[in-house]
Design a binder for this molecule. Structure first.
Ligand code: ATR
Length: 276
């Protein structure tokens, strides 16, 4: 039996076992996906002996994502984003890693707004934190020519330009109204609009007709931003779409089948989120 798990501290709240458990059952695969709560002090010893613990790979969540990069052979995505969240052994038995948040963001856009990349040469990204890195990297990897990174702390947006190159254009919140005028793609990668956080107060009515709006927040599932986008007839992608799409690659690497994000899976995890 092939076994994988999520390693975190804490880890019990993780929804990954539900997602991978659903796919294992759907595909009739005799595998298992569990939870390993491992402290930072114990992480290096655990991850470097992952196979001895019976695992073919793992997801890694807070606070181990930097260490996961350090103790494995990361691919270009993980190196560029600076953290790894998915580990697996290659045929030679070496521990590899990647960052599937990139694929989560891009995969969700491809599913919810097919052809989005054909009509967008530029994008507006809100935020310059950890989550924004995967978003910005994914957009550049897909070939967008200009990514405006809008952040409260402008130095962090400037650091993105330094890290990712001159296709990244740092901007302040003050310039957002003019950046949104005629924009075709907006991605919120801040925590604004999340339950318990401040609201994201922006006017998207100036965006182009048929624009696409993505929000990393998934509590609530439909943020005010996404509700406003839907009301204008824009295609939208939410944080749960991203969470599910980021899980696809790990499952494929560990269990050998590329799974599909179905509406049944979405509804099952959504019910869990709404129910707490
Ligand atoms: P994550 O790893 O989830 O991206 P993070 O690295 O702490 O978390 O980043 C949070 C992002 O939300 C940052 O871009 C942050 O802006 P700053 O870099 O200026 O801190 C943004 N953010 C959080 N609260 C905010 C607020 N009240 N107003 C504006 N931006 C906010």
């Amino acid at each position: 039996m092939r076994r994988s798990c999520v390693i975190g501290y804490p880890a019990k709240h993780s929804r990954s076992p539900k997602i991978h458990g659903y796919w294992l059952e759907q595909h009739g695969i005799e595998g298992h996906y569990g939870i390993e709560e491992i402290s930072p002090a114990d992480f290096p010893g655990f991850v470097t002996k992952l196979d001895e613990h019976g695992y073919v790979g793992a997801n890694v969540t807070m606070p181990h994502k930097e260490a996961a990069l350090q103790y494995s052979e990361p691919d270009q995505r993980a190196r560029s984003v600076g953290v790894s969240n998915t580990l697996w052994f290659d045929k030679a038995g070496d521990l590899k890693s990647t960052n599937t948040d990139v694929e989560g963001f891009i995969g969700a856009l491809d599913a919810n707004a097919p052809g989005w990349d054909k009509k967008s040469e530029s994008a507006v990204v809100l935020g310059a934190g950890g989550a924004a890195k995967a978003v910005v990297y994914g957009l550049l990897e897909r070939g967008l020519k200009e990514v405006h990174v809008v952040n409260r702390t402008i130095e962090k947006a400037e650091a993105f330009r330094h890290a990712f190159g001159s296709d990244v254009v740092p901007a302040s919140w003050d310039s957002l109204p003019s950046l949104l005028k005629g924009a075709t793609l907006l991605a919120n990668s801040t925590s604004l609009g999340m339950h318990g956080q401040s609201d994201l107060e922006i006017d998207i009515s100036v965006m182009a007709e048929g624009a696409v709006v993505s929000d990393i927040v998934y509590v609530p599932l439909k943020t005010d931003l996404l509700a406003a986008a839907e009301a204008r007839g824009f295609a939208t992608s939410n944080g749960l779409d991203m969470l599910l799409h980021q899980a696809v690659r790990g499952f494929e690497l560990w269990f050998g089948t590329r799974p599909t994000v179905t509406s049944e899976l979405f509804d099952m995890v959504a019910a869990d989120i709404v129910g707490g």
